[in-house]
Design a protein around this ligand. Structure first.
Ligand code: UDP
Ligand code: MG
Length: 322
């Protein structure tokens, strides 16, 4: 383990023109502070990943890179989503540094937790999870949905670190192993623990977004939860099986009952109960098919083996061109 590791702070950015000019200097200052404290080397950098933004984000990143060599940027060829953007940045960084810290660019995650993360690395941990200690600044709705998200994931057999999003330190050693995880369905916070190695957590208070708007409305949170569950666990398929058995057992009792009433000559024109049963059972079947379909969709995407990210531009390549 190098005494003064080279750190790359990896930051995904999607339509962040409002917040980037505010937070970029903060990241730069943090780097300087860590360097002055003798914890990281002078080769450390801030690496922005532009995730196909439609606004001035990439132009801002290019300006930053031109103004200070500590800023670097790569641009994805189109918007591929947060998880793929983080992966692109981590894979790009892994051969140039000793440790990476991934963090959102909106200033919600406390950059001062980075000190403790680097300390934990220097103490021998290869992965350090940033865990939110409180969510007071989030709206009640965001807090409630986010907490339900973690609980639901755990109940469905997808183990994730509670209240940990994508703010974490990963050593390049772990990233090189992680590069062998070839899945297209990315759910980083569930995959990183699977790589193993010594890990720990650092807690921090989560602040409000400094500017701009969240890109994770409820719809995307649900999509992320479904992705997380279906890419980490087959428990829902087992639940379907259990549920099917239960319905079959109830039906069996129902049949017996129907038979007995018929034999006793007390059969009634049970239209209402019939309709209810048919509706209920077909609803259950459709849900089950939907869950199975979700997994088949995943298999379909995995068999295609499409690239998980495509980098179209790098700020340091601009330098050589001009
Ligand atoms: N992001 C991204 N691609 C996307 C959506 C979001 O790279 O398609 C980035 C975004 O710029 C931010 C981070 O992912 O740095 C987290 O997004 P956001 O802050 O909107 O989510 P929230 O914190 O509200 O869950
Ligand atoms: Mg945010």
């Amino acid at each position: 383990m190098p005494e003064r590791p080279t750190l790359y702070i990896v930051i995904p950015c999607y339509n962040e023109q409002e917040v980037l000019p505010i937070t970029a200097p903060q990241f730069r200052d943090k780097l300087r502070q860590l360097e002055e404290a003798g914890k990281i080397s002078g080769e450390s950098r801030v690496l922005f990943v532009n995730d196909g933004s439609r606004d001035r984000t990439w132009a801002i990143i290019e300006e930053l890179a031109a103004s200070d060599p500590h800023f670097l940027g790569i641009s994805q060829s189109r918007n591929r989503g947060h998880q793929n953007a983080v992966l692109a940045g981590l894979m790009e960084a892994k051969d140039r540094c000793d440790i990476t810290i991934s963090i959102d660019c909106d200033g919600q995650d406390d950059i001062n937790a980075m000190d403790a993360m680097v300390d934990a690395y220097l103490d021998g941990c290869e992965v350090v999870y940033g865990v939110r200690s409180s969510r007071e600044t989030d709206t009640f709705f965001k807090r409630f949905t986010a907490q339900s998200f973690y609980k639901f994931l755990a109940a469905m057999g997808a183990e994730v670190v509670y209240n940990h999003a994508d703010y974490r330190l990963i050593s390049s050693r772990v990233l090189r192993e992680f590069a062998n995880f070839r899945e297209v369905n990315l759910f980083l916070r569930g995959l990183v623990p699977l790589v193993g190695f010594k890990s720990t957590s650092v807690s921090y208070a989560r602040a409000e977004r400094l500017a701009g708007e969240s890109h994770y409305p409820l719809k995307k949170m649900i999509a992320l939860a479904v992705d997380g569950i279906t890419s980490l666990s087959v428990k829902p398929l087992r639940l379907i099986m259990g549920f099917g058995l239960m319905v079959a057992f109830i039906s069996f009792i129902g049949c017996l009952w129907a038979l007995i009433t018929a034999l006793c000559g007390r059969a009634v024109a049970g239209w209402a109960s019939m309709t209810c049963i048919v509706c209920f059972v077909s609803g259950v079947q459709l849900i089950c098919l939907g869950i199975i379909g979700e997994y088949i969709g995943k298999i379909y995407m995995e068999t295609k083996q499409r690239p998980r990210y495509i980098i179209s531009e790098r700020t340091w390549e601009n330098d050589t061109k001009s």
